[in-house]
Design a protein around this ligand. Structure first.
Ligand SMILES: Cc1cc2nc3c(=O)[nH]c(=O)nc-3n(C[C@H](O)[C@H](O)[C@H](O)COP(=O)(O)OP(=O)(O)OC[C@H]3O[C@@H](n4cnc5c(N)ncnc54)[C@H](O)[C@@H]3O)c2cc1C
Length: 408
């Protein structure tokens, strides 16, 4: 059996699903192929991950009427506290604070749990007549046939499309099938991630402490709840995550250093290994990469999904405009517009997270001094602070229309 589509998207995580939705709403015939079951995609159980979404991501989600549906579940962040030191109870003298009033009083970022975003996007996809959403299916092959791309599924179904998109996360098999190599490194770090309920209010504050093993982030959620991303050496993370609940809470409580009063687990914790992997190329013949399959970065700045959403905004604008002009949407010159637009942003964000992790996860004496100096420079420079916050908003540079909340 063979079906013909305009676009075949491999991987229906948040990034692949958003691309499918935008293209489908703009009249392109899309097949979205996901290996998980519909039940698993729709479950209320979640992996404890929450996203720090920036203003640009909010703009795109608003344009798709997703923000309206999730806004009750969104926690705004009005202050970020950065500290560093050898242990949380004894921070080094200088701390850096970022406030919302330093960027026009708009929230610095927005916290949203993975499950609420995922479920809302899923509902929209299922309602869009132009999207054929295939679940419990894996892609087993992709090749160029008669000038188009053919995708073969595990049930031997074949789909012919003008262009295929790899959105299957890290490590990406679709990228390997297209013979695109990654550059990067294994950090030998992992993040323990979960949500706690706590006695004290969080006052819309996010907190990040740079420890020698990796950063600890405590991020506010709706209610007296916070999500934590606790990064350390992989062996230690596995050991801590295996502790029974009371011992785990004791260790976590020490890391929280009584910042939120008494804490209780709201979700089981989960361990995510941390790797840097950047695709050497974003496009090949009739094929493009987006999201974590194109760039898997350190969560130190909470930017992975924001970066993937920027890919979606750029690629959808390129493909929709090409279609309107009567161009072949899978042609190399069309896909190269996307890679030219994205290369600099992806590389600079990957380098930024990599260097920040290197500087802050090293115990060397000189780096400790350098860290103290860099904190002091940022602390004393309101302009630098405003610049950093504007950069993190995703609205600097050549911003695609959807991120500005405009129509393509
Ligand atoms: C600890 C941690 C904290 C983070 N915090 C933040 C944050 O605060 N802010 C932020 O912006 N980002 C954050 N990130 C990054 C963010 O989680 C990722 O960038 C984002 O989830 C990537 O989405 P994706 O859709 O590209 O990939 P994925 O979520 O990995 O989705 C890929 C999909 O493809 C499917 N798939 C895989 N193989 C196949 C196949 N062969 N056939 C069909 N389907 C397939 C998978 O089932 C999956 O559904 C964090 C990451 C971690 C690890």
């Amino acid at each position: 059996m063979q079906e013909k589509k305009d676009v075949a998207i491999v991987g229906g995580g948040i990034v692949g699903s958003l691309l499918a939705l935008i293209l489908g709403l703009n009249g392109l015939r899309v097949v979205l192929i996901e290996k998980q079951t519909l039940h698993d995609l729709n479950t209320d159980l979640y992996d404890g991950r929450s996203y720090a979404l920036n203003a640009a991501s909010k703009g795109l989600l608003s344009k798709l009427n997703i923000w309206e549906e999730v806004k009750e579940k969104v926690q705004t962040v009005s202050k970020i506290i950065l500290q560093q030191g050898l242990d949380v109870a004894h921070p080094q003298p200088f701390e850096v604070n970022f406030f919302d009033y330093e960027i026009d009083n708009s929230p610095i970022f927005y916290m949203l749990e993975d499950r609420f975003l995922r479920q809302t996007i899923l509902r929209k996809i299922r309602e869009c007549p132009k999207i054929n959403h295939l679940t419990s299916k894996t892609v087993q092959g992709q090749k160029i046939v008669d000038g188009l791309i053919e995708i073969t599924l595990n049930d031997r179904r074949r789909i012919i499309a003008e262009v295929a998109i790899g959105a299957d996360g890290f490590p990406s098999k679709s990228s390997a099938r297209a013979k695109i190599k990654n550059i990067g490194r294994n950090y030998k770090q992992s993040s323990i991630v979960g949500v706690v309920r706590h006695a004290l209010p969080h006052n819309n504050e996010a907190f990040q402490f740079f420890l020698p093993g990796g950063p600890l982030a405590i991020l506010p959620l709706v209610g007296n709840r916070s999500c934590y991303v606790w990064t350390m050496g992989t062996d230690e993370a596995k050991k801590i995550n295996k502790l029974d609940e009371s011992l785990f809470l004791e260790r976590l409580g020490k890391a929280f250093n009584d910042r939120r009063g008494e804490i209780q687990l709201d979700t089981p914790s989960k361990v995510f290994p941390i790797t840097l992997a950047i695709a050497e190329k974003l496009v090949k013949e009739r094929f493009a990469l987006i999201g974590d399959s194109a760039h898997n970065i350190h969560p130190i700045a909470g930017q992975g999904l924001n970066l993937g959403i920027r890919d979606v905004a750029c690629l959808s604008e390129v493909l929709i405009l090409a279609r309107r002009c009567g161009e072949d949407i899978g042609a190399t010159n069309v896909l190269k517009r996307y890679s030219r637009w994205r290369n600099y942003d992806i590389l600079s964000m990957s380098l930024f997270t990599d260097i920040t992790n290197k500087i802050f996860s090293d115990n060397g004496f000189l780096l400790q001094i350098a860290r103290g100096f860099s904190f002091d420079i940022v602390r004393k420079s309101p302009r630098l602070k405003t610049y950093l916050m504007k950069e993190a908003s995703g609205l600097n540079g050549d911003v695609p229309k959807l991120l500005q909340g405009k129509h393509i």
